[in-house]
Design a binder for this molecule. Structure first.
Ligand code: ADP
Ligand code: ADP
Ligand code: ZN
Length: 214
């Protein structure tokens, strides 16, 4: 099962992608997490990506496409995967499709987690992330068991630099301009499914499970 998560920043793609990955035993591939890990390790890729991420801009397509195309060909992806945060532009989607086609493969579902802009800024200001393991919490909706500490790995939770309100507004604009057109793209490919991302986390997940049908 090869799945793409679509939706605005903060719509809950990562939260749902992790639950899908657990239930169906497939890898969760988050390009944002890959970039943040590279920034933490101080790699060249990390340094390049950070200049864009800090401004709320997308990292250029050429820095992300090969990375994902390589990743989905690794052994653990043979039964499928859930892509979170990729593709984010039409050229990224076309490159992915072309690479998969060469392998005789294709995307099965593109799940659009729909959340209106008004809700997004509120969600993002409450988001707390663990940069060590990639887990995500929300101060009000999905709090960690112990305040400020990751349930998974015990490390400290932080407000991401790019989750400050000024940058969130910028990211939302970038989303509408560059990523939202993917909804039509995957509709045309007959793989789009929409879920209402304003429901609580478990309800959204049940709606996704219904779409996946197993
Ligand atoms: P969110 O989950 O809030 O949407 P992500 O963690 O997916 O954020 O991404 C954080 C930042 O990483 C993005 O704002 C962008 O700068 C960069 N990024 C992640 N994935 C991509 C991608 N596929 N193409 C370009 N930039 C990306
Ligand atoms: P994305 O990956 O799309 O950027 P996240 O999964 O990181 O989004 O979720 C954004 C924020 O909203 C996080 O703080 C997360 O804990 C919270 N969140 C996710 N799903 C829900 C939901 N259904 N209801 C309320 N808050 C949610
Ligand atoms: Zn953690």
């Amino acid at each position: 099962m090869k799945i793409i998560m679509l939706g605005a920043p903060g719509a809950g793609k990562g939260t749902q992608a992790k639950k899908i990955a657990d239930k169906y035993s497939i890898p969760h591939i988050s390009t944002g997490d890959i970039f943040r890990a590279n920034i933490k390790e101080g790699t060249e890729l990390g340094k390049k990506a950070k200049t864009y991420m800090d401004q709320g801009l997308l990292v250029p397509d050429e820095l992300v496409v090969d990375l994902v195309v390589d990743r989905v060909q690794q052994d653990d992806c043979s039964n499928g995967y859930v892509l979170d945060g990729f593709p984010r532009t039409i050229p990224q989607a076309e490159s992915l499709d072309a690479a998969l086609e060469k392998l005789g493969d294709k995307i099965d579902y593109a799940i659009n987690v729909e959340v209106p802009d008004e809700n997004i800024v509120r969600r993002m200001s409450g988001r707390r992330a663990c940069l060590a393991c990639g887990a995500t919490y929300h101060l009000v909706h999905i709090p960690p068991k112990k305040e400020g500490i990751c349930d998974n790995c015990g490390k400290e939770l932080v407000l991401r630099d790019d989750d400050k309100p000024e940058t969130v507004t910028k990211r939302l604009n970038v989303y509408h301009e560059q990523t939202q057109p993917l909804i039509d793209y995957y509709t045309t490919k007959n793989v789009l499914a929409e879920v209402d991302g304003t429901k609580d986390m478990e309800e959204v997940f049940q709606d996704i499970v219904k779409v996946l049908g197993v």
